[in-house]
Design a protein around this ligand. Structure first.
Ligand SMILES: Cc1cc2nc3c(=O)[nH]c(=O)nc-3n(C[C@H](O)[C@H](O)[C@H](O)COP(=O)(O)O)c2cc1C
Length: 225
């Protein structure tokens, strides 16, 4: 596919046909994705392909809990887990225990164990170059050594006629998930990626135009170009 078209149409796909995704295809997807950049080229990503049906169901159950928390924020009109204006962790009044106990039917998360391919992406934490470490705000940079790889997975999957979505719900249950996946403390959960032949490929993604987020010299400078 033309790079221009791939970049404009690799949107989130959460509903898939029954078409299976075989190991050879997953291997090719990973083979291209591995050319992602990372701080110091330390390539901190670890990938677990979740095949066993019971392992898939257990993972799904943990993802559901993260989704329920997320949905409670949305229902309250809040950006889920967003830092406040000071950049520090959210001080929401939402009761996360209640949120986790409140059923929120969602075909995507409820059927996550059924998706054609299910990958968990871990990050080897001691390999991350967290240059904004110690700033009095949420860190951004550590994740940047693993998410280009995760986006590459989606771009690479697109080349195979597949679509998918990056999800982060599982991080809300990192202890239980690490237990399930055999992750030692130095591996953090970055994402769960579902892949398959999408029921429909996105053709027009809703994104802000360049002039809305690009300025010259300063944030309050004139728009670029
Ligand atoms: C870091 C990151 C985390 C995300 N986490 C989730 C998630 O937990 N669940 C989910 O359904 N989508 C998740 N997404 C997908 C976004 O919702 C999606 O990329 C965005 O809404 C744009 O959707 P579109 O491509 O369909 O326009 C995540 C995306 C990124 C980049």
């Amino acid at each position: 596919m033309e790079l221009d078209l791939v970049m404009r149409t690799t949107g989130a796909a959460r509903a898939f046909t029954d078409a299976p995704v075989d190991d050879a295809t997953i291997s090719r997807v990973l083979e291209r994705a591995r050319f992602a950049p990372s701080g110091g080229n330390r390539q901190p990503w670890r990938v677990i392909v979740i095949e066993d049906p019971q392992q898939r169901r257990k993972l799904r159950d943990l993802v559901v809990l993260g989704w329920r928390e997320y949905a409670a924020f949305i229902e309250a009109g809040e950006v889920p887990f967003a830092p406040g204006p000071d950049g520090l962790p959210n001080r929401s009044e939402i009761d996360l225990e209640v949120a986790r106990a409140t059923a929120r039917p969602s075909s995507f998360v409820d059927d996550l164990d059924q998706v054609p391919a299910l990958l968990v992406i871990g990050a080897h934490l001691p390999s991350l170059a967290v240059l904004d470490w110690g700033l009095q705000r949420q860190s951004i940079i550590g994740g940047a050594s693993v998410y280009p790889f995760v986006q590459n997975l989606l771009l690479s999957a697109h080349e195979e006629g597949l679509g998918g979505v990056i999800t982060s719900f599982l991080a809300r249950q990192e202890a239980a998930a690490s237990d399930l996946l055999g992750f030692p403390p130095e591996i953090g959960i970055a994402a769960v990626v579902a892949l398959g032949v999408p029921e429909k490929f996105p053709t027009r993604l809703t994104r802000r135009p360049v002039e809305e987020f690009t300025t010259i010299d300063r944030l309050d400078g004139p728009p670029f170009p």
